[in-house]
Design a protein around this ligand. Sequence first.
Ligand code: C2O
Ligand code: CU
Length: 481
Amino acid sequence: MKDMDHSKMSKEAMKNMDHSKMSKDDIKNMGHDNIVPLNSSKGKNEITFPEILKPASVNGNNVSYTITAQQGKTEFYPGHKSNTFGYNGNLLGPVVKLKNGQHVTINLVNHLNEDTTFHFHGLEIPGDVDGGPEQVLKPGEEKTISFKVNQEAATLWFHPHPSPHTAEQVYKGLAGLIYIEDNNNNAKKLPHEYGVNDFPLIIQDKSFDSNKQLDYKKVKNDDGTTGHTVLVNGKVDPKFTFKKELVRLRILDASNARVYKLKFDNGMKFEHIASDGGYLNKPDKVSEIQTAPSERNEILVDFSKVKGNKVNLINEDGKVILPIHLINSNKGTKKSDDKISNLSLNNIHVSPKEKEMKITKKVVLAGMGKDVTINGKKFDKNRIDFNQKVNKTEIWEIENKKDAMGGMEHTFHIHGTQFKVISVDGKTPLEEMQGYKDTISLEPGQKVKIAVKFNHKGIYMYHCHTLEHEDNGMMGQIKVS
Ligand code: C2O
Ligand code: CU
């Protein structure tokens, strides 16, 4: 049993297998044979950072931007021009910096040869500007949206959401960052100079064909497309060189499906300071961070403590994601993480009332491949699955249903809200899960309880953020009124 190669088995053969004779590990690995092995980065190419998008206009508290989805060419490998998609450029997108309280107007432009939408992942804005699958812009179309920012400092992102082509468009390169800033005084003590001591790391895995093209259709996997090559900020074989000091890294897993468990190869600890929707209550000292597709995690790392001048950011299996080269900084570190570990950054609590409230919505994630469902159904744009009142908290239970095949990990995301995790399998969540979240990843058999409140009205999606699962219909709609 141990030596079986599941990847070579037909679906039928797998169905007919006698699961009672399988070990726990065999069952666990079955859902994972779609994950292609990731190669280590050797670190030839210095990473760069997306530009901060310049406003088209600023007028007091009003700011406007233009975001264009376009086709381009990217030289991932010297001498090879790969066809890619990007926002306002050839690949990925700029950082859109917004302030809490600001009135924002965005002119959305589709210069692709196909339909797309502009979804603002993690932004708490009305459903009609959220960019779900129904808000399609046809090739050549433009549309202006506006909203008011009404949420705390956080690292969010934007990406396309046309059904069922989200996976392909993200894979080809459409993903940009949104930073929200506010007046959190303690947070001002954290490193916050973009590109100096505060860096975004957009992690993705892709596979290139022999012509160094991203041929999505050839590598597409219905259980989540994974790639052999890791990219950081769009660089293949990335490396990162900076000063030996206290640094903030904002990590976005913008992969279609891969979950990473990130750590440093010298085993050093670091402070986890923020998750999807903003700061944790206080920095949480950890030595590893797990990130599922679409999740954001901000960490503070005191590189002045590294012995020598090299350390690697690695995945759980030891594969190098990002080799880091350190330059001695003669000024020494001004800030040490000792002061920072006691900073109070937020005040998020599950209230006693929320703890007692009954579950009013249940979401069951089930299946694999083309058979994925959410509450036994597939996405139907003409069907509203849930209703909820605006500004009213409800308790949702999310279950990843285990089946005879063991099932697989699913990553649950809700648009237009930042929720609080009340419990994971009946237990108080780990500290790293106690901040605001818009995405939560569940192992087969896991159940979580979350407190969900929408601050705006409209129709919002909830779905698995393994993008091929989303495209295969693992998505529902909630109407907030
Ligand atoms: Cu980041 Cu509906 O997605
Ligand atoms: Cu899924």
